[in-house]
Write a protein that binds this ligand. Structure first.
Ligand code: ADE
Length: 418
């Protein structure tokens, strides 16, 4: 079996950690049990480009149990958990091509290794696999019937491909399911980003000025959790509606130009490029800590920071100190890559349970329906979304009310008013 991982001897911790995650993923577990009986994915060859974590391992095991041949590579050079990769290869016989800290060339070699296996379906997180297939590996497009996409950034890229008429097969935007982005993006990113910042720095959040760039679902979660830990949270935004929402949620909203002067921590979650730039570095306080939790490492202009730096050293794992010409020190965490996966373990299993339940059920859905789907980006069918919410509530022991016949009639009519 072809694979490329750091060290197969890391498998024992990987196996235990996968089991630990499994215990917090009851919805995915119920799908796994059904898939093992029904084998609805038989015949599919899945090329998956996802963060190689304990939660992804549980998804891969579920899909393989459902009959798919799964080939996995990383969706970020720094997010791989090497013990998990070792466990997947040795214990579960799932080929993995991923090593934490791999350089950009190796990252793409690994994506190409998955494409070499001639996937018939793709599962992407950020659309690097899909874009490689549509550019350098077009010869491997004809056997792909459908795909799924996990994250906001990937969905934006795919929609741009569809709008330009370039997309060659249907892809379902798993990110856009309510049971995905309301929870994973908000509570997952909120908790795991702070976890990453804290593990990397061990600095006190309480009483600090914590700047969150971007008030999408991820930014909302992060701002909420930073406030919960006692930080004075500032939000920066470019969208007037989101900015207004942040104001009414009780946050200070200002430009990055102003925030740069007062922040202790800065975390970007915008999905855009060059959010923190030279003019901001110049006015920051000595000791400012910078991190990114958006999908790509483009939000902090690190090239410019590098040029502005007199010296640079790694002062502790995941923390690089830049000393500027005037002697000011600025700290960059995790090379500006997703800090929650670089320095911590990504979103907790309980939220990934819903995200990956969506992936599993959507894969089953596309394998049945791809013939009637166009080369476009599709939403997750609402029945799948609702079913996952129902299963999650049930797993938490929460029961909810049902409409009475009178209420149903009222909601479907228009005659009754004042
Ligand atoms: N994205 C964010 N957190 C993740 C996790 N724990 N596993 C896989 N993908 C993720």
């Amino acid at each position: 079996m072809k694979h490329d991982i750091k060290d197969a001897r890391l498998k024992d911790t990987g196996i235990l950690r996968i089991e630990w995650a499994h215990m917090a993923m009851p919805v995915l577990d119920s799908i796994r049990k059904r898939f093992e009986k029904e084998r609805p994915l038989s015949g599919l060859v899945l090329g998956a480009c996802l963060h190689v974590t304990t939660e992804t391992a549980n998804l891969a095991i579920t899909l393989a149990g459902g009959g798919a041949k799964v080939f996995l590579c990383a969706s970020n050079p720094l997010s791989t958990q090497d013990d998990v990769a070792a466990a997947l290869v040795t214990e579960y016989e799932i080929p993995v091509f991923a090593v934490k800290g791999e350089d950009n060339n190796t990252y793409y070699d690994h994506i190409n290794a998955v494409i070499d296996e001639k996937p018939t379906v793709t599962m992407d997180d950020g659309a690097d696999l899909v874009s490689t297939l549509h550019t350098k590996r077009k010869d491997n497009l004809s056997h792909v019937i459908a795909g799924t996409e996990e994250t906001t950034t990937g969905v934006i890229r795919l929609k741009s491909m569809a709008a330009q008429g370039v997309l060659q097969y249907p892809i379902v935007a798993v990110n856009d399911a309510s049971t995905k982005h309301f929870f994973d993006n908000r509570y997952g990113t909120g908790q795991s980003t702070l976890d990453g910042v804290i593990r990397a720095t061990n600095r006190l959040i309480a009483g600090s000025v914590f700047v969150v760039a971007g008030y999408g679902w991820c930014g909302k979660g992060l701002a909420m959790r930073a406030r919960g830990m006692g930080a004075n949270v500032i939000v920066t935004e470019v969208d007037p509606l989101m900015a207004l929402e942040a104001v009414m949620d009780g946050f200070s909203v200002m430009t990055m130009e102003k925030a740069a002067k007062v922040g202790d921590f800065f975390v970007t979650v915008t999905g855009d490029i060059g959010v923190i730039r030279p003019e901001h570095f110049k006015v920051m306080k000595n000791g400012a800590v910078l991190a990114n939790s958006g999908h790509f490492n483009v939000e902090l202009d690190l090239e410019s920071l590098e040029e502005m730096s007199k010296t640079k050293r790694t002062i502790r794992e995941f923390v690089v100190e830049h000393v500027l010409a005037d002697g000011k020190r600025i700290y960059v965490l995790g090379e500006g890559r997703l800090i929650n996966l670089a320095a911590a373990e990504g979103h907790p299993s309980a939220v990934m349970d819903m995200s990956f339940a969506n992936q599993a059920l959507v894969l089953e859905y596309v394998s049945k329906n791809y013939k009637t789907m166009k080369k476009d980006v599709y939403p997750v069918p609402v029945e799948i979304d609702k079913e996952i919410a129902r299963l999650k509530l049930a797993s938490m022991g929460v029961t909810i009310d049902t409409l009475t016949p009178e209420q149903e009639k009222y909601l479907s009519g228009w005659e009754m008013g004042t």
